[in-house]
Design a protein. Sequence first.
Lengths: 321, 839
Amino acid sequence: MTPVRYRVLHETRYDYGSLVSLSQQQLHLSPRVLEWQQVEEQRIDIEPVPTWRRDGRDAFGNPVTWVAFHAPHEMLFIRSMMTVAVTPHLPKVLEDSLPWEEVRDRLAYDATDPLPEDLDATRFLFESPHVRIKHELAAYAADCFPPDRPILVGAKALMAKIFREFTFDPEATTVSTPVLEVLENKRGVCQDFAHLMIACLRAMGLAARYVSGYLLTRPPPGKPRLIGADASHAWVSVYAPGSQQGGSDWVDFDPTNDLLPDTEHITLAFGRDFSDISPLRGIILGGGGTEPDVAVTVVPLDEEEIPEEMLDEPDSEADEA
Amino acid sequence: MARTLLAIYPNSPRRYDEMLTAKGDVRPHWEKFLNHLDSVAPEEMRRRIEFAEQRIQENGVTYNVYADPNGADRPWSLDPLPLIIPPDEWAEVSAAVAQRATLLNAILADLYGEQTLLAEGLLPPALVYGQHGYLWPCRGIKPPGGVWLHHYAVDLARSPNGRWWVIADRTQAPSGAGYALENRLVISRVFPEMFRDLRVQHVADFFRDQLDGLTALAPVEGDEQPHMVLLTPGPYNETYFEHAYLARYLGFPLVEGQDLTVRGDTVYLKTLRGLKRVHVILRRQDDAYCDPLELRGESALGIPGLVNVARAGRVVIANALGSGLLASGALMGFLPAICRHLLGEKLAMPSVATWWCGEKPALDYVKENFDDLVIKPAYPTQMMDPIFGNELKGEARADMLRRIEARPHAYVAQEVINLSQAPTWSRAHERRLLARPVGLRAYAVTTPDGYSVMPGGLARVTTGAGTRIISMQRGGASKDAWVLTNGPVSQFSMLKPSVSVRDLVRAGANLSSRVVENLFWLGRYSERFDDSARMLRVALSRVVVGGGQKTPVVVWAMELARRLGVLPEIGEDTEIKEGSEHELLEAIYDPAQPGGLASNIRSLMWSATHVRERLSLDHWHSLNRLQRDQQAALKVHPTLTEAIAFLDRVLGVSSSLTGFAMDNMTRDDGWRFLIVGRRLERLSFLAMTVAHFLRMPSSRCGGSLEWLLELSDSIITYRSRYSRQPELLPVIDLLVFDDSNPHGVIFQASVLMRYLDRMARELGVNFGEGLAAALDRLHQFDLERLENLEFDSSEDCAPCEELADLLQGLDRAASQLSAALGMRYFTHVGDVSRQTMAV
């Protein structure tokens, strides 16, 4: 199984319009290492130079960077550049996974000591800031999970149902649109579909986590360009113990594109939902406009030509962006 | 003995009685007190209760049910009879409370660290990961000294067999210790002899322990002194009184989120003289709102970056961020096993029987025994009142059961306890005691030697004999709790602690910018309300003298009041109707009238509330009385005479406020800002009053000069100097140029310049230049030009216009000065941080 190598460039620029006197930012912009993903190279360039910086890991094991700016500034430019290698990791046979009720029961508390992997999965079993657990959600997912259906078959059916019934519409929602509203209006973007699918799974008593990352920007010849390729993307990971070769108990689903992510999805971080791993979250004092310009470029490294702009020095890039 | 007192006192077999045995005999530890109560004459008792009520009202002890700067606070309700607890019984309670605090601290350490409790199945993940109170960013943070729980409160109740039970744990930011302290100060004076003779344990040691405990944990470096602050969400919080009260008692600056700022991994207080590092934050703000960067992002209340400071171990946050998690009642059933696991001990005091519906057998039990249970939320962040199973009938009951079935892990059921009853004083029945269900909130604080428990606590009784929920929010009353001792009573008092030379603190180096801002506005408003009261009194008295006629001087007075903003502007085509009285009364009493007296009082109270911990009690009493007076008048329709009497009282209070400010406040930077605020306001008022006077055609009427003297409180000085009818030249000289008249323009401007000079020396910035220039120009005005001027008949008066211009220039300089001070030193409440988000 040959890994596919990628170069990713994720640029964010704020033009505040007036002086920001104090700013603190939390960055989830460095990719995490997974069983199927190696990080060969990674760096973050920031302009202006932060007064203070700390790198660490968050409570879910994702790399995180905190920076602070104590001097007045009118713009902020952050560029994360990474080279990663993704190994094929699709589960072989979805039908071989455990019946969904069995997974649900393993996650339920019974006053005995749980298996470590089950306990670990319970972190992604309950409500979180963007994921409510309501009976409407369980009702929506119910027909995907008839008795004894293997959990991955059920999850795939749920993903397909969301893809079929929902319309991709960037104008319909914001980062704070509640998941029940998305369910009602049947429109949204990748974050919304991921949150919705997670909420449905958790409402069924299953563990599901939110994954942020990237898609290949330009499709290989003959394949359609995937939705969400020009920005950071989000999808879902479902806890299905024992169903993956190579040790992982989690299997990814992309409800925005109705497919199981393999070597065309690059993982940045995972958490309970968007709020745990927002790529760039900050608090500023002062400033006018706070709408950022975000640009994401993902290029496979085995392609012959690497676009010009990806070879440029960060400084000259900053002026153009 | 005591037959009258007990004539209607019920002895219920369903409840334990704190005072009587089942047979109806008085318990030994109550005997002395009851005999004493029996021996006090009714009128003496009435006098004592009045004292207690007065003290509560004057100290402004409130519990905000719906807080409003205009005073919707409810006065604290305190029953005069203490709850008496004998020494041996308290020893057990106290040990059990300390053990429970130790246990809860160990649980927090585990859940934010290794999580062995989850790994061993001793606690369901739902009660940790399923709670909004579990703050993920705080996972892995180890607070200084390994202490998460610095202060802890626990609600106790006694079952019919006399045993104490835990009803609820408070681990977020427990309230009530300050109210308990205030209750003690009041009740120990209502029954001073009993307090002494019964050997009641003092509570002051508890607060010293709290200070010592926090001091010991403070992450100081080198020879730094620990800098500790009390963080409040602000005056709208229901227990704000207590925040201010405790801050003053403990000697901590009372700060709001915007007073603190994080630089790197250190948190600082913004003071007038720059940033000053903070080592300990005693927080009364819920943890989720403490850092918008990593916790709830929409909150403007927090301190961005605080979690990072905690991560670096550079601040003690008491209680640690994330500790609110343990307030869930659902935990109670798991505590006995956890106690054995973590402490290797048996849990000393049982919790009220609790079933967490997330476990199947528990859910079945709850469904079968619904009538005997009270249903509560499993997560403290859920908004839900307790529901008594037997009170739910029909559809509501079925609905509740369906909700529990759908999300069983979100509910707990508890056994309904028949609380014990304690005697309370009845005002309706003279010399008759009533019985009310009672509960006790006990407090523990961390110290280097383990947890210290307050002897006593906050006892609370329900409103009625049958009420089942004790809640101050629902109008219950509180009681002092007297724990008796066989040993000596500690004489320690926080009010006179022993301080070494090293501990000496000199005036206000740590004043926060926000406090300074509010003191400045307190100064301005206290002058402004004095000015408006004086103006309205003079106008009203002219109306009374004129018998309601629109005499020329009344017309003039009303116009001047309008120009100065005390009365509302009138549009070009609105006729001034007959009701000048009506308009004046509205300006006096109606807070909705901008610029009027009532609205100025409201603003004054608002700024005073924000710096309450800086004002002396007497100062506060005066303000409180003022507001009560004005509010009382809103309900009736005062006559003109009553209104004048009210204005007299207002001006009396005003001069006592001046007295407090001059005699009782420390001369620190904050005081200087207060005085600068006052001077600036008075300077503007005087300058503009005289300027308008000189320009207004309606001033040309007999009596206006006398009016002007009265308005500026200078009439006595004038009479003693000139003993003749007021004339323009000497009046202007006295009100503008005489530098010995405290109600004169030049006097005010010169005093203001002196304070500005002092501030320039100490803070290194000079703000006085514009004012000095305007003052210079005024000095150059040639007074001789006003000689022999027939003011009343001269329609066109060039020197008058010129002088008015100069005075107006001075007013402008004053406004610019105010803006410049604000720009340089103030927090700018409107300038809040904002969240940004990019994907």
